[in-house]
Design a protein around this ligand. Structure first.
Ligand SMILES: CC(C)(COP(=O)(O)OP(=O)(O)OC[C@H]1O[C@@H](n2cnc3c(N)ncnc32)[C@H](O)[C@@H]1OP(=O)(O)O)[C@@H](O)C(=O)NCCC(=O)NCCSC(=O)C[C@](C)(O)C(=O)O
Ligand SMILES: [Mg+2]
Length: 324
């Protein structure tokens, strides 16, 4: 329980708006919708966000079949008893020319996913196309008055440089037209490397600038920032290292492609036990010192003031969201 005097310090959480509606997305797992065996595992998947995948995880020749399976899964899956916190659907991009066929097929399902996920958003104009396709096939009523959220992917040099305009156009669609609200942005590092002609490496220095710019831009708009995929499925130590780095830099989660990656990532995006204890004790110490009129004080040999309190509150709130 947080002391009452401390609650007024909470206006946001880890740089993310709307703390009350915070959906943890520490691990965001893709499940190719063309693979029924994998789809059948969705109810047990412990990832925070499970993504029914129609884009690059599905071969061109299997798109039609995947759309039908995804629509059936949306209606069949028992949302309230799923092990995950969110069931999303990643459709194809505007530039692929496949988006409209995706939406025609999945709009036949009665239920909407909890999040629509749209890759390769390259410019603000893409948003207009996306909105028009959704309006035409879902109708105005189904795309407003809903709890369905929007998640978009930034995957090219152009998109990274234009990210503030892309993000504000997406947020404006919600404000002005009531379209699904943008809740998180995902960095598509593999497409990004292809776009800029970089060679992927296990240490990832080729995306250092891009990831730091990306996370800064997400947090400037108080949105969740989801980090790159780690494609070496067998290298769990490398995955652990890159996840820890992402957490340190302010990312809120990471994309995963295999069930074995889920717990490794989730663990890294939750602070260790001693850090949680540190945060809890700091909050109480802050409350006591504040009552004595002290804004700065010494705690475990460190100078503590309000920014440290906010960091401690980030930790406490994340733990509460994940455990509830
Ligand atoms: C890599 C693959 C082919 C290895 O699949 P596998 O079957 O060869 O692996 P396995 O180790 O033999 O699998 C063990 C068990 O886990 C299951 N399994 C394994 N994976 C999954 C999964 N994801 N969801 C649900 N179940 C899964 C699998 O069915 C099997 O079940 P079984 O023991 O009962 O036989 C497989 O893991 C897979 O298809 N992963 C998802 C790939 C994908 O969707 N890629 C696209 C997203 S990433 C992307 O697009 C890039 C980005 C962001 O856009 C950008 O940076 O630009
Ligand atoms: Mg991609």
């Amino acid at each position: 329980m947080l002391p009452k005097t401390i609650i007024r310090h909470i206006s946001q959480f880890a740089g993310v708006r709307d703390a009350a509606k915070y959906v943890p997305r520490r691990a965001l797992l893709y499940v190719p919708a063309s693979n029924q065996k994998m789809l059948d595992k969705v109810p047990m998947m412990q990832a925070d966000s499970v993504v029914l995948e129609l884009e690059d995880g599905v071969a061109l020749t299997a798109k039609a079949d995947a759309r039908v399976r995804a629509a059936a899964a949306l209606d069949k899956l028992p949302y309230h008893t799923l092990a995950c916190q969110e069931l999303g659907l990643r459709v194809n991009s505007v530039s692929s020319g496949l988006l409209e066929d995706d939406i025609i097929a999945v709009s036949k399902a009665e239920k909407l996913p909890q999040a629509f996920m749209i890759p390769k958003v390259d410019c603000p104009e893409d948003l207009v196309t996306i909105y028009n396709i959704f309006r035409e096939h879902y109708g105005d009523e189904r795309i407003t008055n809903t709890n369905t959220r929007l998640v978009i992917w930034i995957e090219s040099a152009r998109a990274l440089l234009d990210m503030p305009r892309i993000v504000s156009s997406t947020l404006n669609l919600h404000k002005q037209a009531g379209f699904f609200k943008l809740d998180a942005v995902v960095f598509g590092s593999d497409d990004f490397c292809a776009d800029i002609g970089a060679t992927r490496s296990s240490h990832g220095t080729e995306t250092l600038f891009a990831r730091q710019k990306f996370v800064t831009c997400c947090k400037a708009f108080q949105l969740q920032a989801i980090d790159s995929v780690y494609i070496d499925i067998k290298d769990l130590d490398g995955l652990r290292r890159q996840s820890a780095e992402g957490w340190q830099w302010g990312f809120t989660g990471k994309q995963v492609i295999h069930p074995s990656q889920v717990s490794v990532v989730q663990e890294q995006f939750l602070p260790p036990k001693d850090r949680i204890e540190w945060a809890q004790e700091l909050v109480h110490a802050y409350s006591e010192h504040e009552a004595l009129g002290k804004g700065a004080f010494q705690f475990r040999g460190q100078m503590i003031d309000r920014p440290l309190l906010l960091q401690a509150l980030n930790i406490i709130q994340l733990v509460e969201r994940v455990q509830n």
